[in-house]
Design a protein around this ligand. Sequence first.
Ligand code: HEC
Ligand code: HEC
Ligand code: HEC
Ligand code: HEC
Ligand code: HEC
Length: 234
Amino acid sequence: MSLLFPKWFNAFPTAFALGGLCTATVAVAGVWYYFTPKFWAVGYEPTQPGGGFSHQIHAGKLGLDCRYCHTKVEESPEANIPNVATCMGCHADGRLKALAEKPAHKEKTEFLRTAFAADQSVEWSRVHKVPDYVRNFPHNAHVNAGVSCYSCHGDIQNMPVVRQAESLSMSWCLDCHRDSAPHLVEKDKVTQLAWVEQHLKERQQKGTEGLAAGKKLAEDMHLAPPEHCAACHY
Ligand code: HEC
Ligand code: HEC
Ligand code: HEC
Ligand code: HEC
Ligand code: HEC
């Protein structure tokens, strides 16, 4: 019988497989390189514009509630960053009396008055970000379920500059979805970060009795954190 295909044709599948492997490797490396922005890492702490913004001063020392600025966390899937007008409530000329006249303070807050006068916004560098293929991260669902900002963002009230405290990886989401009780607090306490930090530690020290408190909250609120792919990826 004559050969349908010449002998050298036998090398084709191997060549194809090798070529395919190379293409795949290059594709993975490319995706890795181009689609992994610097913010997907614990400890990511970008420099902020102007005099910056200190949560340690505003949320810690002055004790402002998170919702004074992040007004939408309970209603919206997206947490909002406040506009300059919110800052001007205190940092407009003369509002802070003697303090406003202190040269160091005046200088550090000047960028706000300049932006406000020019009707411009301040371009804050974003710290936390999940990749675009994670289509659904609803802030409101978590905050209303009694998951404190503390559990996902760390002790923000002590941070002069915000830094990423958790990995925001898929296993991080799922670890909590499979066992959320140790993270739950009463809904009206979610923005009291220092209290939450202390309270969760005490509960952990109490062992089973402490765990029962979290489990009761989950049952009372009928929580059902999803684990199926479509919940987060559609
Ligand atoms: C006086 C207004 C104000 C208050 C009060 C405030 N924040 Fe913020 N927050 C900001 C501004 C402005 C930014 C953007 C600049 C930055 O990242 O530091 C921000 C950024 C953040 C970020 C990082 C967002 C990102 O880019 O990923 C988190 C998380 C956050 N705030 C949580 C909190 C929590 C939790 C509280 C309460 C303990 C709080 N904030 C109180 C104004 C405020
Ligand atoms: C409720 C009033 C209030 C609001 C609202 C407010 N601040 Fe302040 N801010 C203060 C006070 C008071 C100080 C001085 C605190 C100190 O020196 O102990 C201050 C200090 C600052 C400083 C100087 C920090 C330093 O290291 O000395 C900056 C910058 C600043 N604020 C930015 C902002 C920005 C940005 C916003 C809006 C997102 C904002 N503030 C909203 C009251 C406020
Ligand atoms: C269950 C975890 C979780 C909780 C609870 C949580 N956050 Fe977040 N937060 C995230 C994640 C994840 C992102 C990034 C979301 C994204 O990329 O869409 C984020 C982003 C943010 C941002 C940046 C939004 C932007 O568009 O730049 C702010 C501000 C913020 N969170 C504030 C808060 C505040 C205030 C609370 C408490 C009232 C809170 N978060 C509670 C996980 C959480
Ligand atoms: C510290 C605990 C915790 C972490 C971390 C966490 N979640 Fe959740 N999540 C919950 C709880 C509790 C619920 C249940 C809310 C309910 O049943 O009302 C929930 C519910 C959800 C829901 C369903 C919301 C709805 O409307 O029913 C989605 C989607 C979700 N989480 C996505 C995420 C993603 C994406 C991440 C990671 C980036 C994440 N979660 C991290 C605790 C957490
Ligand atoms: C609770 C939310 C949630 C659920 C449920 C979920 N994922 Fe994810 N997934 C994420 C997040 C967040 C990331 C981003 C991880 C990162 O940035 O490292 C991710 C990343 C991925 C990736 C990219 C590779 C990686 O591991 O980083 C794949 C693939 C993926 N998910 C598939 C799935 C499949 C399949 C399921 C169902 C079995 C699923 N996911 C369920 C939140 C979720």
